[in-house]
Design a protein around this ligand. Structure first.
Ligand code: ADP
Length: 443
């Protein structure tokens, strides 16, 4: 017999015994008073009733506690104490199971949160039921306030609204959003369960920018090559079709050589850029004498200027033994580009100053100052973009490729330094390469 049956039997027996005892006592008293049967029944019934009332009260106590199971367990006698303990155990087991499931859910949500992609859950009527931190950031949502809102009330971009309405979610959709600046998100919906939806968002701004840059770059290179090629073709046709005098032939060949040189310069700069971009950051264990660099730069500058500009190279005698670390050809290319620009954008007769100086913190500065045409402030932030020119025809006429300053910027950044530009239109410019202290030493 299990314990619940024995409990039931004991309650029944207790009532029977109490009823019988009450009946006997009542009958005995009734003998003296003249109503033995009536008094016996009355006392017997009263005893059973008293026991029932006592059980009802204990049952109530237990019920009260069950309504607030966090309260301390009431002190109950006998079998009631066991009932209360068993109920409490079941409640504890249930609480443990809930806590375990909650911990699993938290772990699962943390895993979703750890992803850089945003996740937004929608119910069958496209109302938001959960938003990850990344999704809140992508769409500018409030994770609490915006719950239960219809998604298209908050994400209103037409491309997304159409995507959701069309119901074909095999491919993701690209959506522009403005969060301070223009950002591109890739959104992909997945349907699961009973019409529920999971919306994944991925920030693809960098990828889009890289794609645009690549497209622009190819378009620019093609354009840069097409122009001299067209001119060359024209000359070739002329040479083939027309009987030219010796003087004319020499002039045409001279012009053709100019165009070929232009293409050669462009290819050389493209190769330099590709090489710089593709090679690892220069190690800091290779040292080059600054004085030797300056000497070569000066020779090249004088060659380019062909005596048209007074060129001075300045550095303290104490800097004779100073060295910078990195790749010699890259430093030469960066400095050479600045000096070549100074020569090309400075009218004859105006001076050009090349200077190396040490700063108090040990860093070094290589600068080129010219008194040439100068640059309007609005162009300065864009000068290091590939193919950006203030005046395209002047650049091309002087053999410019539009890539010089982007090479300079790359080289300096790879060496942990910085390119600073100050300029005033009509007055001249100063281009400075800042070399960090860790890359400068006295040999
Ligand atoms: P480019 O081959 O056209 O000179 P760069 O990248 O070297 O290309 O320079 C970009 C543009 O910056 C040039 O086209 C020119 O307009 C401007 N620039 C560069 N250096 C100078 C300078 N020293 N003085 C005036 N303008 C300059």
């Amino acid at each position: 017999m299990d314990s619940s049956n024995s409990w039931l039997l004991s309650r029944v027996l207790v009532r029977l015994v109490a009823g019988a005892l009450g009946g006997v006592v009542g009958y005995w008293l009734g003998l003296h008073l003249g109503y033995p049967v009536a008094l016996g029944i009355a006392l017997g019934a009263a005893s059973v009733l008293a026991l029932s009332i006592s059980d009802t009260l204990k049952g109530h106590q237990l019920l009260d506690w069950l309504r607030n199971p966090e309260d301390p367990l009431p002190q109950l006698p006998g079998i009631w104490a066991e009932v209360a303990h068993r109920v409490q155990r079941v409640l504890h087991l249930r609480d443990d199971a809930i806590a375990h499931e909650r911990a699993r859910l938290d772990e699962f949500l943390s895993a979703i949160e750890a992803s850089p992609h945003g996740v937004l859950l929608l119910d069958a009527t496209d109302h938001i039921t959960w938003v990850s931190a990344a999704a809140a950031d992508h769409f500018g949502l409030d994770r609490q306030r915006d719950l239960q809102q219809r998604v298209t009330n908050l994400i209103r971009q037409p491309a997304f609204v159409q995507y959701l309405a069309a119901g074909d979610f095999r491919e993701p959709v690209k959506v522009p959003v403005s969060r301070g600046g223009q950002t591109w998100l890739q959104l992909h919906l997945q349907v699961y369960g009973d019409g529920l939806k999971l919306l994944q968002s991925q920030d693809i701004t960098e990828r889009e920018r890289a794609d645009t840059m690549r497209r622009d770059f190819v378009a620019n290179v093609s354009h840069e090559i097409r122009t001299p090629l067209t001119v060359l073709n024209g000359f070739i046709e002329t040479l083939g079709a027309l009987p030219l005098t010796e003087v004319e032939r020499k002039r045409v060949i001279g012009l053709m050589a100019q165009q070929a040189e232009r293409m050669q310069g462009l290819v050389a700069d493209l190769l330099t850029l590709a090489q710089i971009e593709g090679s690892p950051r220069p190690a800091s264990g290779r040292w080059v004498r600054v004085a030797a660099l300056l000497q070569r730069i000066e020779t090249d500058a004088r060659g380019l200027s062909r005596e048209r500009h007074p060129i001075t190279v300045l550095f303290e005698p104490s800097e004779q033994a100073t060295e910078v670390s990195g790749i010699e050809s890259e430093w030469l290319s960066a400095m050479g580009n600045l000096v070549s620009n100074a020569v090309r954008y400075t009218p004859a007769g105006q001076p050009i100053e090349v200077r190396w100086a040490r700063l108090p913190d040990g860093a070094g500065e290589f600068s080129v100052r010219d008194h040439g045409i100068g640059i309007d402030a609005e162009h300065i932030p864009r000068l290091t973009e590939r193919f950006y020119r203030v005046d395209g025809s002047r650049s091309r006429d002087t053999g410019g490729t539009g890539l010089g300053l982007s090479i300079v910027k790359h080289v300096v950044q790879r060496h942990g330094g910085e390119l600073k530009i100050t300029s005033e239109k009509g007055k001249g410019s100063v281009f400075t390469l800042h070399v960090p202290a860790v890359r400068v030493r006295r040999a």
